[in-house]
Ligand binder design. Structure first.
Ligand SMILES: NC(=O)c1ccc[n+]([C@@H]2O[C@H](COP(=O)([O-])OP(=O)(O)OC[C@H]3O[C@@H](n4cnc5c(N)ncnc54)[C@H](O)[C@@H]3O)[C@@H](O)[C@H]2O)c1
Length: 343
């Protein structure tokens, strides 16, 4: 199933403004953009030369527009399910921002809805899979250069305080939008992707010392057990006093990779041909592109235009959130939890 000509609708113009640029840079036609905030709609519309008759504050105008065949959903997490279901019912292809959903109920409903509409292609937007340093790390791992992975850790450390200074009722303060699923899903998804399997057991702790605007833990630490005795660790802080980072280390039997999403180099430790050494790092240059919306949109569009597979179909988003929900449950109960990947 190939799409001859892409006509894009964009719903939500925060992160969605980046996706809009990705679509414009790709050369896709922009059918309509939407934001409930008229000032934001005007500003993004003018900046990108989108005529006024292609701007709306009601996302149903995009859903009901027959020319638009693909929709980029970048609204607050709580709205993803309703908008995905509406777009599917109207026969649209969809790229939806992470996290897919915030609850098990919504995850299951969304996976079922996508299964019920095989004519619509669905991509979950896990943008870290397009971050140059993370792609480079994946190449080292897949080439066998660092041998067999035995431990990998990643973190999502991002201070949300400024968002609440600007708007104390920011949608991220909703108790259901726990930082582990909202932002930590990036680190969990990264480990799932780099290791290539899903954690089968999770044990986690949580604490709350920094972010008064939220009732959920503002820091969590999770130990993950992956198949083949691979160990994992995820740290999430939504109020850290440092710059945003996803510092990540992957330890293998022949080498180690240390990298993040905001540094121009990564450290690569490799044993020599005799299996010795590996204690001095090579500094490998990487492009810094933390929100690589161009590459993410290209992956979506190429799959539609060429009829090829989507690398992050809905099940990828669902499994990542399932692991995050297990982390939240374990931090609340103090018990080991098995994520439920039964979709
Ligand atoms: N991939 C990433 O790295 C990344 C980064 C930030 C946010 N996100 C995700 O992107 C989504 C949006 O987050 P954000 O940071 O852009 O939030 P934001 O609050 O900055 O922007 C959301 C926009 O959506 C608009 N909006 C809200 N409800 C709407 C509706 N019903 N119809 C149309 N517009 C509506 C708001 O007015 C706002 O302009 C969330 O799912 C978030 O988790 C992903």
């Amino acid at each position: 199933m190939k799409v001859e000509k892409l006509v894009i609708g964009v719903i939500g113009l925060g992160m969605g403004a980046h996706h809009l640029k990705g679509a414009i840079n790709y050369g896709a036609e922009i059918g309509m953009i939407c934001d409930v905030n008229p000032e934001k709609l005007k500003a993004v519309g003018e900046e990108n030369n989108i005529p006024e008759d292609r701007r709306t504050t009601d996302y149903l105008d995009i859903v009901n527009n027959k020319e638009i065949n693909a929709v980029l959903i970048a609204t607050p997490d709580q709205q993803h399910r309703e908008q995905v279901e509406a777009c599917l019912a109207a026969g649209k292809h969809i790229m939806c921002e992470k996290p897919l959903a915030l609850t098990r109920e919504d995850l299951v409903a969304m996976v079922d809805a996508v299964k019920a509409h095989p004519e619509c292609r669905f991509m979950i937007g896990q943008i870290c899979r397009f971050t140059p340093a993370f792609i480079k790390a994946k190449e080292y791992i897949d080439s066998g250069a660092i041998g067999e992975i035995y431990f990998a850790e990643s973190e999502y450390a991002h201070d949300y305080q400024h968002m609440f200074d600007h708007d104390p009722k920011n949608w991220r303060s909703d108790p259901i939008r726990n930082g582990v699923v909202g932002g930590g899903c990036h680190a969990v998804d990264l480990l799932r992707w780099l290791i290539g399997t899903d954690p089968s057991e999770v044990y986690a702790l949580g604490t709350h010392k920094l972010l008064p605007a939220v009732t959920y833990d503002d820091a969590n630490l999770a130990i993950l057990k992956f198949p083949n005795n691979v160990m994992g660790k995820v740290f999430v802080s939504t109020a850290c006093k440092r710059n945003y980072t996803m510092r990540t280390c992957v330890y293998g039997t022949k080498g180690t990779l240390i990298f993040d999403n905001t540094s121009p180099t990564m450290q690569v430790f490799l044993v020599d041909e005799n299996g010795e050494g590996g204690h001095e790092p090579q500094e490998v240059e990487v492009q810094v592109n933390n929100h690589n919306a161009n590459a993410e949109f290209k992956a979506f569009a190429d799959a539609l235009v060429n009829g090829t597979e989507i690398e992050t179909p809905i099940i990828e988003g669902a499994k990542t959130v399932a692991a995050c929900l297990a982390i939240i449950e374990s931090s609340k109960t103090g018990k080991l939890v098995n994520p439920d990947y039964n979709f």
